[in-house]
Write a protein that binds this ligand. Sequence first.
Ligand SMILES: Cc1ncc(C[n+]2csc(CCOP(=O)(O)OP(=O)(O)O)c2C)c(N)n1
Length: 363
Amino acid sequence: MATETTDAARLGLGRADLHGLLYHMKLQRALEDRIIKLYYQGKIPGACYTGWGHEAIAVGAASALGDRDLVAPMHRDLGAFLVRGVEPREYFAQFMDRADSPTRGRDGNMHFGKMSKGILPFISHMAASLPVACGMAMACVMRGEARVVLSFFGDGASSTGPAHEAMNFAGALDLPVVFVLENNQFAYSTPVQRQTRVRNLADRAAGYGFPGEITDGSDVLAVYGAAKAAVERARRGEGPTLIECRMMRMRGHSEADDMSYLPPGWKEHAQAQDPIDCFVRYLRERDLLSEAEASQMDARIEAEVDEAQAGAEASPHPDPEEAARDVYCPGDGETRWLRRSDSARAERVDAGGTGEEEGIRWR
Ligand SMILES: Cc1ncc(C[n+]2csc(CCOP(=O)(O)OP(=O)(O)O)c2C)c(N)n1
């Protein structure tokens, strides 16, 4: 629940901003609820991951970014996509394997992004996006662009090699990266205490030489406030921050997970901390959301979800011949070669070329 330290006015958030946060959190929840339903109807190929319970983190952190900033979300962060303007219809098309989806129906449903909106496609649960986020931040610094990269990962992912390497690298180079650690207290089914001796995951930041803090991951204003301060710090050139957003897992790792490993009473406690319920209560108690505004928002969201689903269902599945297109290059099917030029940029050699010893075959 939001506290005085996360007061909306102190954060410079007016009524419209607060409604925007709530709208995106509710939209994420409604879209994912529909996807879960479609999954059990057999309409979603592959596994089904959602960000149930993580909405405050995804929406709160992404809302702290500027338009030209970049974000590397993971499988819990649909809200970050929505905040940056990805259409619900695109999300449905992606999960329903349609030809006009972001990956044109050719990848696991959650592995998509949108570079035109500054969203790096999700690579892997296990922190593989973090080094790439650092690369993006480094590119911005080298180009003299004051852009910040927000990179999300889980508690389990925080114990993997790429996470340590990325954070160490970002610290050493003072890169403008904000690391948002979504601690739902389980790496799949493994509790945090069984995968690391570190008591607070935020403490790890000290080992990389930058600040780490813990915030309430079920309080959207707390997440927004922490992310905003970290983004500003990064933009001033003062380097990265690690924000551990602590919350309670509300739904299985994927829909295939029955959560039988959760201790007794966990689900009830987690339910009481539902980030959407908490935020609605906060707004209602302060007269920042009327009953009429709340029901209008719900009706708008329901209509948007229906429309998005119908739009995606009306789209065709991809042609099977499309499956391998662009996997290696956008080519015409002929074998071509790349040769490294002195500037280290790969340069194309005409079709029919033999390829140099250092050449890379690309189709
Ligand atoms: C290299 C690799 N090892 C294992 C897995 C299986 N796996 C996927 S997510 C995950 C745990 C992730 O834990 P965490 O970062 O806490 O995220 P969450 O539990 O919220 O999914 C594991 C072990 C994988 N995808 N890739």
